[in-house]
Every structure is written in C-alpha cells, then in structure tokens.
Design a protein around this ligand. Structure first.
Ligand code: NAP
Length: 302
C-alpha cells in the first residue's frame, strides 16, 4: 500500500491516485456513473476534469453523478485561459459556470489549464488568490507549466499567502520528460504535487493494443499508437512484472508513477472495471529492481 499524499492548501491527504474524466460526457453517462462509483468505493477521491472537456459535458456529468454535493469526491477542475477572456470579471464568470455545471459552491482544486495566455501568470494567480479568500476555490494548481512558469506561479501566490498545490503535466513511462526538464524537481522543491496526466499513454501502456490491433478513432494516429512495435518490449516488461504480482500491465505502469515522491497519476477510466483495476494499482508496490527494469525499458522516452 503506497503512502498518502498531501495537497498543499488543502487539509486533505489522498491516496496517490485520482480518476481522469476527459472521456466522460452525456453520451457516456452510465459508464461514467459506474466508474465514479467504483473509484469512490475503492477509496479514490480525486476526480479531475476541465471546463473544456466535452465543452462542459464532463463537468456537467460529474455534477449529475456526484453522490451528493461534494460527497466523498474531491473535484479538481481547470480554467481555460482563452485569449478572449480579458480580465478578472470574465475569469470569474468561467469559474461560476464550472461551479454551476458541477453543482458545487466551492471546487477543491482549481487549475490553470495551460500557460499560454495574453494575461500574465502573476495576474492570473492574483485572481485565484482572491477566489481562495472568497471561498470558491480550495487549492490552486497549474497545468502544462514548465519549471520556470511553475516558480513564477508559486512566487505570485506566495505573496498572497496561498501555496501552489500542483502542476498537472504529461508523465508516463512513454513520456518521461518531467524527470529531465526540471518540472518534477521543481514541484518537489516547492511542495507542489505533480499530477501525472495520460499516465497510461492513452491506453498504449495497457498491453491490449498491438500493431494490427489498434484502438478505433483518432487515437490510432497518436505517436504512441503509430509506434506500437517499438514499445512492445516495454509492454512485455510491464506484463512480466504484472504476472509476478498477479496484476495487470496498467496497474504496474501506474504503480511506477505513484511510488515516486510527490507524483499522483490520474488515469482515465471508461467503466467500473477499468476504475477498479486502476484504483488497485496502489495496493501493492513494485520492487526497486522492477522499477529499474522499467526505467531501462523506457530509457529512450526520457
Ligand atoms: N491537463 C491536461 O492538459 C490534460 C491532457 C490530457 C489528459 N488530462 C487528464 O488526464 C486524464 C487521463 O488521460 P487519458 O484518459 O487521456 O489517458 P490515460 O489515462 O493514459 O488512458 C486512459 C485510457 O486507457 C484505457 N484504460 C484505462 N484504464 C485501463 C485499464 N485498467 N485497463 C485497460 N485499459 C484501460 C481506456 O481506453 P480504452 O479502453 O478505450 O483503451 C482509457 O480511456 C484525463 O482524463 C484528464 O483528466 C489532462
């Protein structure tokens, strides 16, 4: 069982895994309902969404299926810093709309979705500190920020006495950039959790896809799926380690992330089976030598 992880700015400590909801929307309502129930049942609390997922559909579905306002779920959503959103009154309206869709008066974690904006990081953080003071936001996070941008966000919030809770970035065995671009070290230094998105490389690390057996839809054109033959030695290693622990390849890939200090993966789950499988990825621990085997098999993606 892996240790809990503390989110700065929140009183809560979490099991080091959440559930991603990018694929949830009105057309997948039942799968989402089952996946949320299975996640909560398995002790997973952090539910990650964004106002842009399904043009608000993901937030709307979460609002509909939360057991009761808030309930046991800790909801994290994201603000999109679109260039046409000029100034704090339009930013405030975006948060109001997210809260309405979610059916909440306060969101646990509010993240700026990406750093590209015509407004400065400092101005956005100043507004978010106001929202914390007003009680509509519990903790403040960022997403897709590089090390320097993370430091700027942290410094701007610190001036207002608000901690930077997290930076959500692409991090998996097929995308190990945070280990070498300074983002992981910076998060650790600043006490911010690194929330790892696409931790299963959109499903490529589960071992269920092979050359000739690709997923349907746009995913088959993603680099990870176009180079499935190249990643086969890695997925075979995940499966071999999984067999030694009676676990799935997906669980091993998630465990490799969650065992790292300050890292919290948010795998997407489309149904209860996937949600339960993922939640159980932190009930065991791969050994140091198994982690080293995975480091070696994924070295080219550092
Ligand atoms: N901040 C950002 O810019 C950003 C960007 C992207 C994503 N995200 C967040 O990260 C979350 C996760 O990303 P993601 O869902 O795109 O990718 P992911 O977690 O790497 O992969 C999820 C996909 O893998 C498959 N899967 C999941 N669990 C499985 C299991 N136990 N066994 C077998 N297959 C399994 C499912 O697809 P199939 O069953 O169809 O294969 C599922 O949709 C998103 O929901 C979102 O919250 C954030």
């Amino acid at each position: 069982m892996l240790d809990q992880i503390k989110l700065s700015g929140s009183d809560l400590a979490f099991r080091p895994l959440g559930v991603g909801t990018n694929s949830w929307g009105p057309s997948t309502l039942e799968g989402a309902r089952d996946a949320l129930a299975a996640s909560l049942e398995a002790g997973i609390e952090l539910v990650d969404t964004a106002e842009v997922y399904g043009f608000g559909g993901s937030e709307r579905v979460i609002g509909e299926i939360l057991p009761e306002p808030g309930g046991d779920a800790f909801v994290a959503t994201k603000f999109a810093p679109f260039p046409w959103r000029l100034g704090s009154s339009s930013w405030r309206r975006a948060l109001t709309a997210s809260l309405e869709r979610l059916g909440l008066e306060r969101v646990g974690l509010y993240q700026v979705h990406w750093p590209f904006s015509i407004s400065s990081i400092e101005a956005l953080m100043d507004w978010l500190a106001d929202e914390v003071a007003e009680g509509r936001v519990g903790a403040v996070g960022v997403s897709n920020y590089n090390a320097e941008q993370t430091r700027r966000a942290h410094a701007a919030l610190a001036k207002r006495g608000v901690p930077l809770a997290s930076n959500q970035v692409n991090y998996s065995l097929l995308h190990r950039a945070p280990q070498v671009n300074g983002v992981l070290d910076t998060c650790r230094e600043l006490g911010a959790v690194l929330i790892a998105y696409t931790p299963l490389a959109s499903g490529a690390l589960t071992g269920k896809y092979r050359p000739g057996a690709l997923p349907s839809g746009a995913r088959r054109f993603m680099p990870a799926f176009r180079r499935l033959a190249e990643i086969t030695p890695l997925t075979e290693e995940l499966q071999a380690i999984g067999r030694a622990h009676a676990r799935s390849a997906a669980q091993v890939a998630l465990n490799w992330l969650a065992r790292q200090e300050g890292v919290l993966p948010i795998p997407g789950a489309k149904n209860a089976r996937q949600a339960t499988d993922n939640a159980q990825a932190i009930d065991f621990e791969i050994s140091d030598s198994e982690a080293t085997r995975l480091d070696e098999a994924s070295r080219r993606w550092r």
